[in-house]
Design a protein around this ligand. Structure first.
Ligand code: ZN
Length: 106
């Protein structure tokens, strides 16, 4: 499976052990919508390797939500996004982003 911009977020960078799920996740919401009025939500995860104990953080997924109604709820580690349009991947794959309005340089 081709990856676009990063390695597997849930594989220990030290020893390569695959971790089931992050201990903790949280969302980073872009303060500015893009040119199409879409808001980018980045789901971050905090992982701990059960094999070597290494801890790291990684981007779990990114969601672009467009349209007039977007709702995000976070309880018990769950997330829900409601909107007219949504693109959500649950495989850790990164959705290509349009950040033309955000002055982001890489
Ligand atoms: Zn490890």
């Amino acid at each position: 499976m081709p990856r676009k911009s990063q390695k597997e977020p849930d594989v220990c960078p030290k020893c390569g052990t695959k971790v089931d799920k992050p201990i903790k996740t949280w969302q980073l919401v872009s303060p500015l919508p893009d040119a199409n009025g879409r808001i980018t939500i980045t789901i971050m995860g905090s992982y701990e390797c059960p094999n070597c104990g290494y801890k790291w953080r990684a981007v779990v997924s990114k969601i672009k939500a467009g349209g007039s109604s977007v709702e995000i709820e976070g309880k018990k580690g769950e997330k829900k996004v409601i909107g007219n349009e949504k693109e959500e991947r649950e495989e850790g794959e990164i959705i290509e982003l349009d950040l033309s309005d955000l002055d982001e340089e890489e």
